[in-house]
Design a protein around this ligand. Structure first.
Ligand SMILES: NC(=O)c1ccc[n+]([C@@H]2O[C@H](COP(=O)([O-])OP(=O)(O)OC[C@H]3O[C@@H](n4cnc5c(N)ncnc54)[C@H](OP(=O)(O)O)[C@@H]3O)[C@@H](O)[C@H]2O)c1
Length: 393
């Protein structure tokens, strides 16, 4: 299927998640292109053991060290080494045989492994947007200092990356991220107060992990993506716009200084941007079907309703404030999403919580990873306190 070209050795962080599983599916379908050398996950030992049997990596790591024994039979069969805990995950991130590391852990847990991979000079295919949101400046410095690279996996940023191939960044006027609008695109504000986690998890286009699904429902996901785009492409927030595009066919757009707009179109299948990121700069046939223009279609574009989706403006404000503000935003959001999923916070309480935590803690400058982690800890503590006071609804 894939013909000649380089065969990449891949380490996957978060192999049991939605992105991780789709990446392994892709690798299995393109054996001439990709080979798995290391896998890491959080706690899903049964699935990780299956993956070890199928892909026979050289190293497997599980963050939850108590689950090690469940991996042993599969690891013995595959002659694969086992590592545990955070150190084990870092060993996968920096595996010496990996040509490319797919960073697909969810949330702040992905920060240190992504950072570690970049400091080993790895090419990182980045799905874990939270690590760039929290510590974008440090990640860019790590790329510059250690000779690695970052290629986005998020479909929107993959689109921007593709639109910008061969373009000069000085000739770009603005980046336009598209958003499906999520399950509540047309839901009235009064009704949003009482929507349930089950409704919020029902994304109209993508089948994703729980955290990113809730972020898509609040549009915080788009806010995090604005910050991610800032660090990936170097444009300020006032030159990064968001537009609702319910069909999710145009994955994002770039407006050039002469007014011309370049867009990337494709079917909504995450294996396409994963293949692009793992294979970059090469392109080759893969399992994703081409876009069918033989069928009549309508593409709609609408502005975002910022009253119903206040999270987006909170993310822009955090990007403007700089320093630890994006890490504070991210941490408060993670706590709030967890509380919403557990039924301890209403849907609109998520943005209220993030706003409240940002208001309480002024941004501090970021000179080291420890500064970022401190911002993260402070925000989580504040969010837990607010939750315990039950004031947000
Ligand atoms: N899903 C998508 O279509 C999509 C699209 C664009 C971007 N993204 C981004 O990709 C990232 C992953 O999303 P997802 O939807 O794939 O999430 P997910 O389905 O919830 O999977 C998360 C993965 O992270 C692992 N993990 C959690 N904590 C860990 C830890 N401390 N150490 C090691 N591994 C840990 C989980 O392992 P266990 O399950 O074994 O605990 C799992 O493999 C997120 O940043 C998301 O925003 C996702």
């Amino acid at each position: 299927m894939s013909g000649g070209g380089t065969r990449r050795r891949v380490a996957v962080l978060g192999s049991t998640g939605s992105v991780g599983r789709q990446a392994l599916d892709l690798v299995e379908r393109l054996p001439e292109r990709f080979e798995i050398v290391a896998l890491a996950a959080g706690s899903n030992a049964p699935l990780l053991a299956d993956q070890v049997r199928r892909h026979r990596p050289r190293l497997v790591a599980i963050a939850d060290a108590g689950r090690r024994a469940e991996l042993e039979p599969a690891a013995r069969e595959a002659r694969c080494e086992i590592a545990c805990g955070d150190e084990g995950v870092l060993a996968v991130a920096g595996h010496r045989d990996a040509d490319v590391v797919l960073a697909a852990i969810v949330g702040a847990a992905g920060l240190k492994p992504t950072w570690h991979a970049l400091r080993q000079g790895k090419r990182v295919a980045l799905a874990n947007k939270e690590s760039l949101v929290m510590a974008g400046g440090l990640m860019r410095e790590a790329v510059a200092a250690h000779g690695g690279s970052l290629v986005p996996v998020d479909s929107e940023h993959s689109a921007l990356h593709q639109c910008l191939r061969g373009e000069r960044i000085e000739e770009v006027r603005r980046l336009i991220l598209t958003a499906s609008g999520g399950p509540f695109r047309t839901t009235p504000l009064e009704r949003l107060e009482s929507v349930t986690p089950a409704e919020a998890l029902r994304h109209p286009v993508w089948d994703m992990g729980k955290k990113v699904s809730i972020d898509s429902a609040t549009l915080m996901n788009k806010g995090l993506e604005v910050i991610e785009a800032h660090w990936l492409f170097g444009l300020d927030g006032d030159r990064i716009d968001v537009v609702i595009h319910p069909q999710s066919s145009v994955h994002s757009m770039v407006e050039m200084t002469d007014g011309s707009v370049i867009c990337q179109i494709g079917v909504p299948d995450m294996r396409a941007p994963i293949q692009y990121a793992l294979g970059h700069p090469e392109r080759f046939p893969g399992p994703v079907a081409p876009f069918d223009f033989g069928q009549a279609r309508t593409f709609e574009f609408q502005p975002v309703d910022r009253t119903r989706f206040p999270s987006l403006d909170l993310a822009y404000a955090a990007l403007r404030a700089g320093g630890t503000a994006p890490a504070i935003l991210n941490a408060a959001n993670e706590v709030a999403v967890g509380a919403f999923l557990d039924g301890r916070l209403g849907f609109l309480g998520i943005a209220r919580m993030v706003r409240e935590v940002l208001d309480r803690h002024a941004a501090r400058p970021v000179d080291s990873l420890e500064d970022v982690l401190e911002g993260d800890r402070i925000a989580r503590r504040a969010a837990q306190e607010i939750l315990s006071m039950k004031v947000l609804g």
